[in-house]
Design a protein around this ligand. Structure first.
Ligand SMILES: Cc1cc2nc3c(=O)[nH]c(=O)nc-3n(C[C@H](O)[C@H](O)[C@H](O)COP(=O)(O)O)c2cc1C
Length: 206
């Protein structure tokens, strides 16, 4: 049970939880109809689950399931209620994780607008947590990743070094049917190793 005296609640909760118990959210970062992010997210989730990391739970989150408004946009009265609920649900879902894998689409050499907008609703939910980046594009989403690192830095999220980058030319058929090459598993393995290490470390300071 949590100790509520002398401000020990948080500390006790952390001890009960243990730094080996981690919940990682795998965020599908596109809302485009027919998005490639869905197949990439499923592949990454299956890869993660098959690692059988002790005490680690992986959950897929589709940004498209959260009908977020554009931050600060004027909304009709009817829309205000649903938008408020969506923002709250998004905030609570993101707060529930210890670390993240962002499946990051690349649009015009940057992270997609929907994912950027979604990050603008976050601050305390993600602070002092770790994140890994998965991309796809003509250069494997590398430019979107560099952009995402800057955004995450501002949110006090530590992005790990190893990324997983799928090429639209060689890991997709007709740029739309996901057929990843086996060699991607090497990067994915290193990426999850990095992510769990930093997630565990950052669990000790929150
Ligand atoms: C407006 C637009 C801009 C794009 N810009 C880039 C780009 O700069 N680099 C890249 O590799 N792919 C680019 N693409 C291709 C997308 O990365 C590709 O369509 C990808 O599947 C988008 O992710 P999604 O299907 O999950 O939405 C662009 C696509 C669109 C529609």
């Amino acid at each position: 049970m949590s100790e509520t005296l002398f401000g020990k609640t948080e500390q006790t909760t952390r001890e009960e939880k243990g730094t080996n118990n981690m919940k990682i959210g795998i965020i599908s970062g596109s809302v485009r109809e027919g998005r490639n992010s869905a197949a990439v997210t499923e592949w990454i989730h299956e890869f993660a689950v098959n690692r059988n990391d002790e005490g680690v739970e992986y959950e897929m989150v589709a940004l498209a399931d959260y009908d977020l408004p554009l931050l600060g946009a004027k909304l009709s009265e009817e829309r205000q209620a649903t938008a408020g609920a969506a923002i709250q649900a998004w905030s609570e879902k993101m707060a529930s994780f210890d670390g993240y894998v962002f499946i990051t689409p690349e649009y015009n050499h940057a992270v997609g607008g929907a994912l950027k907008n979604a990050t603008d609703f976050l601050k305390v939910e993600v602070a002092n947590k770790a994140a890994a980046l998965v991309g796809y594009g003509s250069l494997g989403g590398a430019r979107a990743h560099e952009n995402m690192r800057v955004i995450l830095g501002e949110l006090s999220v530590a992005s790990v070094h190893t990324t997983t980058n799928f090429s639209l030319m060689t890991d997709f058929e007709n740029m739309s049917v996901f057929k990843p090459n086996e060699y991607n598993k090497v990067n994915a393995q290193g990426m999850f190793d990095d992510l769990l290490l930093w997630t565990k470390a950052l669990n000790t300071i929150r």
